[in-house]
Design a protein around this ligand. Structure first.
Ligand code: SF4
Length: 683
């Protein structure tokens, strides 16, 4: 049942991970405006141009409104019954030919928590495999691994309302002014009120203009930078000895390692002047209530998990996590529900609530709820799915809302995988780059058209409500998953999204206190939330850390070089990231009105490099890496450091991810998007 054709619907933004509450105005069954909710728990009356103006995609003539089936090499319209039967037959054939592990699914932040829950349940219960992963593999999987190893849970340690009380902010590898604008504005307000600000980022991002110290490490040298800061904290006694004695482990090993990381050596390793490093460490170390906020500039590296852990060391050394002496370590999630996709267990090694699939006791709790055995062997991660498809071992791949051919690295290899896989099914809003390679395309509902919940960057569950119905025959991913299960003669249970969240709470105690009814009453509730009447834990670890020994764990990873390095043939380093008006592959924002605000994909380069390579501002350029070629427009300025170039991934037509490599974090397989060696020339 949809709300009246004319009305106001409170929902949660479907773009970045801030999770702004929005009021969607509708008239005659169409969205006419999107307004920031004055009482929004996170945004409090604010929103950015993405949330405000990018709803026009809904009525784009390119919107998919009917299923498409590939016949004789061409995607043609089909009825739902035919499409569902085709998918069911194809999945059964894949299992018959190669067993359950010949099937895999990729879920995403486009899906609600309830949809992510059903994706992983479908794979584990109907197919019988753990081959399910989600887009966090490409962004914050090192956060999940690193924060869990350091503190015990995968989420940020504090909620943003607390971070706002910090008197010193260390913002690392993030550009919140553009990528998370409401958080960017709140951070700036904090600075205007007197908080000290240290920014660590190779680029002169918006916040850096207001920083007390801006550290500009060479891409790929984060671990050395964080060790250098930790060295100064130790050397100058800016540590909390009681906290380290009572609540942490690993200090002797870290102390030994840091002896080799004095500021002068770290300056050589990172390019950051030793005086700046010392000044930054003194600001963070001397603050009464410091906080760390970070983004993908920390995670998307060959040693991304080491980066998260060595950054977390700073908060542990200061006793600024799990205490009233600081506000911990807080990842800014790039996508609306990337936290929730992992929370719901759309991961190859973890069930909902982060219980290990290899742990018999964890499996048994899920088996009690689902009534079937759960396979014990962890499944494939996304890059391994593509490798298995290229090798002929993966025979069916279901992709729910992720445009892997636009956003994954080294897309030529991704295309080869999709072409080699006998059945590729896509749930999509548009005929994306990936959908063009699919055998079946199922038209999906957008965030404005469906019911459920998202989890934002600081672990808060909020409701998603349909303001308008999906266009044509499009359906929610939730309905599509249930329909495919039925077509296979299986049941997924959970007739409505509220039932899925309730079922998830039965097998994952950290979500047991959450329900749609409660969120309708209270607005936003953070996890862990084990009881229906408890408030949910905003600040984590006040009693003990969630590690097996209850302590925070300092790490002592070595400084290792990045996977790609410049040479005579490829002398520049490319960093990719986000821009203010667009979101991810841009499939919604480019069709939603924001194209007029930000119409062209630029390659930002420093004026010294423009001179060196004879390039002018506004000129077309060809960018080549060891993996592929892209075409962009040069934008000459000082924001990017000499020797580095920057572009977004919002315009798939540019082919930016043909440039990026298959190099990935050694722990989590998160791609090294932040370090690609390239050359540029006029095109
Ligand atoms: Fe808020 Fe992010 Fe949506 Fe902008 S994109 S309105 S900052 S949630």
């Amino acid at each position: 049942a949809f709300p009246p054709a004319e009305g106001l619907t409170r929902t949660t933004c479907g773009y970045c991970g801030v999770g702004c509450a929005l009021d969607v105005v509708t008239r005659d069954g169409e969205v006419t405006a999107v307004l920031p909710a004055r009482d929004g728990p996170v945004n409090r009356g604010h929103a950015c141009v993405k949330g405000r103006f990018s709803h026009g995609f809904r009525t784009s003539p390119e919107r998919l409104t009917r299923p498409l089936l590939r016949r004789d090499g061409v995607l043609e319209p089909a009825g739902w019954d035919e499409a569902l039967a085709h998918v069911a037959r194809g999945l059964r054939a894949a299992v018959d030919a190669g067993g359950p592990d010949a099937v895999a699914a990729i879920s995403s932040a486009r899906a609600t928590n309830e949809e992510n829950y059903l994706v992983q349940k479908f794979m584990r219960v109907v197919i019988g495999t753990n081959n399910v992963d989600n887009c966090s593999r490409l962004c914050h999987s090192p956060s999940a691994a690193g924060l869990t190893a350091s503190f015990g849970l995968s989420g940020g340690t504090d909620v943003f309302d607390d971070v706002e009380r910090a008197d010193c902010l260390l913002v690392v590898g993030a550009n919140p002014v553009e990528a998370h604008p409401v958080v960017g504005a709140r951070l700036l307000r904090q600075v205007l009120r007197g908080a000290r600000l240290v920014v660590a980022d190779p680029r002169a991002v918006g916040l850096a203009l207001h920083a007390d110290v801006h550290l500009r490490p060479r891409p790929g040298t984060n671990v050395a930078l964080f060790h250098g800061l930790a060295h100064v904290l130790l050397a100058e006694g800016l540590i909390d000895e009681e906290f380290l004695r009572e609540r942490a482990t690993g200090l002797p090993e870290l102390t030994e390692l840091l002896a080799d990381h004095p500021p002068d050596r770290v300056a050589d390793l990172t390019g950051v002047p030793a005086a700046d490093l010392v000044a930054a460490a003194r600001l963070y170390g001397g603050a009464e209530r410091p906080a760390i906020v970070y983004g993908l500039g920390v995670t998307e590296h060959l040693h991304g998990t080491d980066g998260v852990r060595s950054l977390s060391n700073l908060a542990i050394l200061r006793g600024a996590v799990g205490t009233d002496r600081g506000y911990g370590v807080n990842p800014l999630r790039g996508q609306n529900n990337v936290q929730g996709a992992s929370d719901m267990g759309a991961l190859p090694d973890l069930l909902p609530g982060y219980g290990k699939v290899a742990d018999a006791a964890v499996r048994s709790r899920a088996e009690d709820v689902w009534g079937v055995p759960v396979p014990p062997r962890p499944g494939l991660r996304i890059p391994d799915m593509f490798a298995a498809a290229r090798a002929g071992a993966l025979r069916a791949l279901w992709i729910v809302g992720e445009d892997v051919l636009a956003t994954d690295p080294d897309t030529r290899q991704v295309a080869r995988a999709l072409d080699a896989c006998p059945l590729v099914v896509c749930n999509e809003l548009f005929l994306s780059e990936t959908a063009r390679h699919a055998d079946v395309v199922l038209p999906a509902a957008s965030w404005l058209e469906k019911d459920g919940t998202f989890v934002n960057f600081d672990r808060r569950f909020q409701r998603v409500r349909p303001a308008v119905p999906p266009p044509g025959q499009a359906r929610s991913d939730f309905d599509i998953l249930r329909a495919v299960a039925e077509a296979m003669g299986a049941g997924l249970g959970c007739p409505a999204p509220a039932d899925a969240l309730a079922e998830c709470g039965r097998l994952a105690p950290v979500f047991a206190g959450l329900s749609h009814d409660r969120l309708d009453r209270e607005g936003a509730v953070p996890w862990p939330c084990p009881t229906p009447h408890g408030p949910g834990e905003a600040k984590l670890y006040t009693e003990r850390f969630a590690t097996p020994d209850g302590r925070a764990h300092l790490a002592a990873p070595p400084c290792l070089p990045p996977g790609e390095r410049p040479d005579d043939d490829y002398p520049l380093l490319l960093v990719t990231g986000r821009r203010w008006a667009h979101y991810n592959s841009g499939s919604m924002t480019r069709r939603g009105g924001n194209l007029a605000l930000d119409p062209v994909d630029f390659l930002d380069l420093h004026s010294d490099d423009a001179c060196r390579y004879g390039l002018r501002d506004g000129q077309g350029v060809t960018v080549e890496s060891r993996h592929g070629r892209a075409r962009l427009v040069a934008r000459v300025g000082e924001q990017t450091a000499p020797g580095q170039v920057f572009c977004s991934f919002h315009f798939p037509a540019s082919g930016v991810n043909r440039l990026t490599s298959g190099v990935a974090d050694t722990v989590t397989s998160c791609p090294e998007y932040k370090v690609t060696a390239v050359r540029v020339a006029a095109s």
